[in-house]
Ligand binder design. Structure first.
Ligand code: CAA
Length: 389
């Protein structure tokens, strides 16, 4: 039972929350186990999410988005992730890492060509920063983009690209003047049909198995110079600014997974009996549930605060890096801990593939890793708070 004190949620917020909840529980929850098992990409339900406006929630309607705010986005993403974290990962990358960057840094022509089909859900977008030797230390990429006339020639190997195996369009970051370090990185919009672009090995993963992840190979891949996003050398800052938005999405995904694990645990604690009583009557289980619930609500507070900061930044241009990193750090670690307790409360059942808590446990782990590990979030927060480096 919780009080209805979230009166900052408007009717529009509640509407999208309910629509996402109904869709997630009716269409996604019943297929989540099957897709986790097969590792197939859930194209049909992702397309349906596009039709419902979930793939470009904050994109204005003139660019075929839903034209809603960041609170609407996190409410919907939480509901989708509660049914299946893989759908949540695909939705988060499409909305935050792809659409947001073009909306904020793209030209009108780029928005017409690269934003509209992705925000409408007709096509799928991806974001490619990481390389085999450049993960947390994102400024040390070995790929190269060289200007040749009115084209850039892209070469290199990118890795860990969410939706890489299926994306139609990608935002790709590569150094144009490597001698300038992070100030020599540029951002590009790439059509996956361009000659010289190849999809590499698909990663076999512990969790979010239905969200396809792969390497990408660029071999003399020529793209129009007009596809550069922002100015030459601005790519690293674009990558970081976009990750601020992405991290709020991952925090909302973590919240959804944790809620699913928590609700399963409450149900089980009320049903399962041991030593002559419901296991929820034992203080050892009750205290776990109390901590899980408290931490879930604390995460929700940080996530909504970050969402409000992002909405505010659209007017002021102020960065919301601190709010986004705190939300992601707390929500992802909370999610892992809640999923861990959920497995323990379920005992043997929690370890069985016949019960979804085993999937929640595997899915939870990635939230502490992608879009900046917990260690990177702590580094970002500490640097911003102390001003020290
Ligand atoms: N917004 C705007 N600008 C920013 C910024 C932000 N959030 N963060 C940093 N910058 C700017 C800085 O102001 C600085 O600007 P100047 O050049 O004017 O000085 C510049 O960017 C460089 O910043 P730093 O000196 O802080 O850079 P750094 O090399 O020390 O790295 C870091 C900082 C925080 C460690 C960063 O590299 C980072 O976030 N690493 C993690 C990368 C990451 O999250 N990768 C995940 C990729 S996506 C993924 O997981 C796959 C997927 O498909 C989902």
């Amino acid at each position: 039972m919780s009080l209805n004190y979230f009166n900052y949620l408007t009717d529009e917020h509640r509407m999208i929350q309910q629509a996402a909840r109904d869709f997630a529980q009716n269409e996604i929850a019943p297929i989540a186990e099957e897709y986790d098992h097969s590792g197939d990409f859930p194209l049909k339900t992702i397309k349906m999410m596009g039709e419902m406006g979930f793939m470009g929630i904050e994109v204005p309607e003139e660019y075929s988005g839903a034209g809603m705010d960041t609170i609407s986005y996190v409410l919907a993403l939480e509901e989708i992730s509660k049914a299946d974290a893989s759908h949540g990962a695909i939705m988060s990358v499409n909305n935050s890492l792809y659409c947001y960057g073009i909306l904020r840094f793209g030209t009108e022509e780029q928005k017409q060509k690269f934003l509209i089909p992705i925000a409408s859900g007709e096509k799928i977008g991806a974001y490619s920063l990481t390389e085999p030797m450049s993960g947390s230390d994102a400024g040390t990429m070995r790929s190269r983009a060289v200007l040749d006339g009115d084209e850039y020639v892209l070469n290199g190997l990118k890795s860990w690209v969410t939706s890489g195996p299926v994306a139609d369009y990608l935002v790709v970051f590569m150094p144009t003047s490597p001698e300038d370090g992070h100030r020599g990185v540029s951002a590009f919009l790439v059509d996956a049909g361009t000659p010289g672009f190849k999809r590499g090995k698909k990663e076999p993963k512990l969790g979010i198995r239905a969200s396809a992840t792969s390497e990408l190979m660029f071999e003399d891949c020529r793209i129009p110079a007009a596809n550069r996003l922002g100015e030459e050398g601005e790519g690293f800052k674009i990558a970081m600014a976009v990750l601020d938005a992405g991290r709020i999405g991952i925090a909302a995904q973590a919240l959804g997974i944790a809620e699913a694990a928590y609700e399963a645990s409450v149900t089980y604690a009320k049903e399962r009996e041991a030593f002559g009583q419901k296991i929820g009557q034992f203080q050892g289980i009750g205290f776990k549930l109390a901590d899980m619930k408290t931490n879930i609500e604390a995460a929700r507070g940080l996530i909504h605060r970050a969402a409000l900061a992002k909405t505010h930044s659209k007017k002021t241009g102020q960065r919301y890096t601190l709010e986004a990193s705190m939300a992601k750090l707390f929500a992802s670690e909370m999610c892992m801990s809640v999923a861990h307790h959920a497995v323990q409360i379920h005992g043997g059942m929690g370890y069985s593939k016949e019960h979804p808590v085993e999937r929640y446990f595997r899915d939870a782990k990635i939230t502490e890793i992608y879009e900046g590990t917990s260690e990177i979030q702590r580094l970002v927060i500490a640097r911003l708070e102390t001003g020290l480096r």
